[in-house]
Design a protein around this ligand. Structure first.
Ligand code: BMX
Length: 303
């Protein structure tokens, strides 16, 4: 069976391991801090590939950002990625095939091949972290769109009246309401609008300084302000997901990413099935966890 070196380039760490065609990790998983410059990222990747070269057939890279149709470059130039990152031609890293794919598309492939969506046919995967990414597998194939950037769902507009500026510079992107960053934004607005703030454990905090973690901690502490903020956030999550369900008609939706443990999966499933045109969709939490990008990149590179 052929093997890929799967590498997940994250904002803080680069995670890597060898993956087979079944999406199983067949080596030790290793990690190293993500360097701050594009040049250093390139040389770190080169070193990792050189060390594993003799044991692999191909290399798969997972990265946040839009990827070109040839799967050789990351085109986005959002503040999350260092200057020059979008100039890197990853195919020059070695003489074996090097395939780069968006992190959410990789997570979708990983969940389909060997995770929560194994056995389903049409899978919508949403990853909720700093931003929101998405991927769709339709009849076993990743849906890529005309230029390879389908399912950049974090950029989907959910209001038309320019209520909130997104980190990308545009207005009212879904991720500015329903990501980890979105939860912080919901808290900031809620502190001004909800009477519960006056009795909240955070009442003395500057609303601009309430963090995502404050709200998730507040939930555990049953702080009524945090609960209301969280419910509003879940509502934003839901309105995006119900529309995506109507568009893609998935039989399974997988929720992954750093925020997935806080999402009420059963509640989402019940609401989506009650209100979308499509019925009988299963909503599941991802099972490949932090390894999703690495596994998915490997699996896709081997296809
Ligand atoms: C953003 C976008 C997507 C990515 C998603 C989740 C960039 C840099 N990122 O919408 O490509 O899939 O965030 O990324 O353009 P995460 O880093 O929040 O997991």
């Amino acid at each position: 069976m052929k093997k890929a070196l799967g590498i997940d380039i994250g904002g803080t760490k680069i995670l890597y391991g060898i993956v087979n065609e079944q999406g199983e990790v067949v080596s030790e998983i290793q990690k190293t801090a993500t360097p701050k410059t594009a040049d250093e990222i390139y040389s770190t990747l080169k070193k990792i590939i050189d060390e594993n070269y003799d044991n692999i057939d191909v290399v798969g890279l997972s990265s946040a950002g839009a990827v070109n149709i040839e799967n050789t470059r990351v085109l986005s130039s959002t503040p999350n990625l260092p200057d020059g990152y979008n100039q890197i031609d990853f195919s020059t890293l070695c003489d074996k095939k090097v395939y780069v794919e968006n992190d959410a598309n990789c997570a979708c492939a990983a969940e389909y091949k060997n995770g929560a969506a194994k056995g389903f046919r049409t899978v919508l995967m949403i990853t909720i972290g700093t931003g929101i990414g998405g991927g769709v597998i339709s009849d076993g194939k990743l849906f890529r769109g005309s230029s390879g950037n389908a399912l950049e769902v974090g950029s989907m507009k959910i209001f038309a009246d320019k209520r909130q500026k997104c980190t990308c510079g545009r207005y009212d992107c879904w991720e500015s309401y329903a990501s980890g960053t979105g939860l912080k934004n919901c808290a900031k607005i809620g502190a001004k609008e909800y009477s519960e703030f006056k009795t909240s454990i955070y009442k003395d905090k500057n609303p601009d300084e309430i963090t995502t973690y404050d709200i998730t901690d507040g939930l555990q502490a049953k702080d009524t302000f945090s609960v209301r903020v969280f419910n509003q956030w879940m509502e934003y999550m839901y309105i995006g997901l119900v529309s995506l369900t109507d568009i893609f008609n998935p039989d399974c939706i997988v929720i992954s990413g750093g925020m997935c443990n806080f999402v009420e999966v059963q509640q989402l499933e019940d609401k989506i099935n009650a209100e979308s045109v499509v019925t009988d969709v299963k909503v599941k939490r991802a099972t490949t966890g932090n390894n999703a990008g690495m596994i998915g990149a490997g699996v896709l590179a081997l296809e």
